[in-house]
Structures are given as structure tokens and as C-alpha cells.
Design a protein around this ligand. Structure first.
Ligand SMILES: [Fe+2]
Ligand SMILES: [Fe+2]
Length: 137
């Protein structure tokens, strides 16, 4: 489902690595959502959403520190987008996952897909030239 392509690259090695890790988490969610067995996936779904939250917070902090260090002027706006994503992941975890496992996992998946398309390809790609100019690769 989430296949890394060159056009996702921000031309900054560590950022690309972190984005690839987010793709991997997205793929793990996809596997859970599309599994055909009747087993209960509650624990796995909870674990993966928690992993998504933790890794996202780590990644966002990393980006924000980098942008702040080099005085990127759209930092505040970018930060606001990050905050919305983290709030959404927290909100997902308060839903009644046990009863609606597949639906919640599917919502999470759609959310990650949208994020990759809209946030990485638009907002993250805005800072890459700025940081490359500062010598960050
Ligand atoms: Fe990012
Ligand atoms: Fe970002």
C-alpha cells in the first residue's frame, strides 16, 4: 500500500529515514486491516496505534528542532499541522476500538495515507530546499 518513491524524498537523509519508518508503520496497519482471519486483533491494533503516536511525536520534534535551529519562517504553521496530527492519533485511541476494530484501524490507515500525501508532499517539501541551502542533507 505505502510504497516509497523518490518523489517522497526531502533530500535530507535522516528525515527520509524517519518518513520511511512511518510508511512501514502504515503498511503494518494495512496488513492488520486486510487480514482475513477472525482472530481478535485488539491488542495488535492498540499497539500499532501507540507505536504510530510515539514515532510521530519523535519525528515531529526532530523536524521542529531542525527548522527552529535554522530559523525557518514557516515553523509555527508547520507546528500547528503537527499538533493536529498528534491530536487526531490521540483521539482515535479514545474511540471504542474493541467493538469496532477494523473500522478504527481503517480510519487510522486513511489518516496516515492522507498525511503522507498532504503533509510530506506539500509541507515537508517546503522546508527541504530551505534546509538544503543551509547545508542540511
Ligand atoms: Fe515529516
Ligand atoms: Fe512535518
Amino acid at each position: 500500500m505505502f510504497k516509497w518513491k523518490e518523489n517522497f524524498s526531502c533530500n535530507i537523509e535522516e528525515i527520509d529515514k524517519q518518513h520511511q519508518k512511518l510508511f512501514q508503520i502504515g503498511n503494518d496497519i494495512y496488513k492488520l486491516v486486510t487480514s482475513k482471519d477472525d482472530r481478535d486483533h485488539y491488542d495488535e491494533i492498540m499497539a500499532i496505534i501507540r507505536e504510530l503516536e510515539e514515532y510521530t511525536v519523535y519525528h515531529f520534534n526532530y523536524e521542529e528542532e531542525l527548522m527552529s535551529k535554522y530559523g525557518y519562517n514557516e515553523l509555527e504553521e508547520h507546528k500547528n499541522q503537527h499538533t493536529l496530527f498528534v491530536d487526531k492519533i490521540k483521539e482515535i485511541q479514545t474511540e471504542d476500538i474493541d467493538l469496532r476494530q477494523k473500522k478504527v484501524a481503517m480510519d487510522t490507515l486513511m489518516f496516515v495515507a492522507d498525511w503522507i500525501e498532504n503533509h510530506i508532499l506539500k509541507s515537508d517539501h517546503k522546508y527541504n530546499e530551505f534546509l538544503n541551502d543551509k547545508g542540511v542533507y
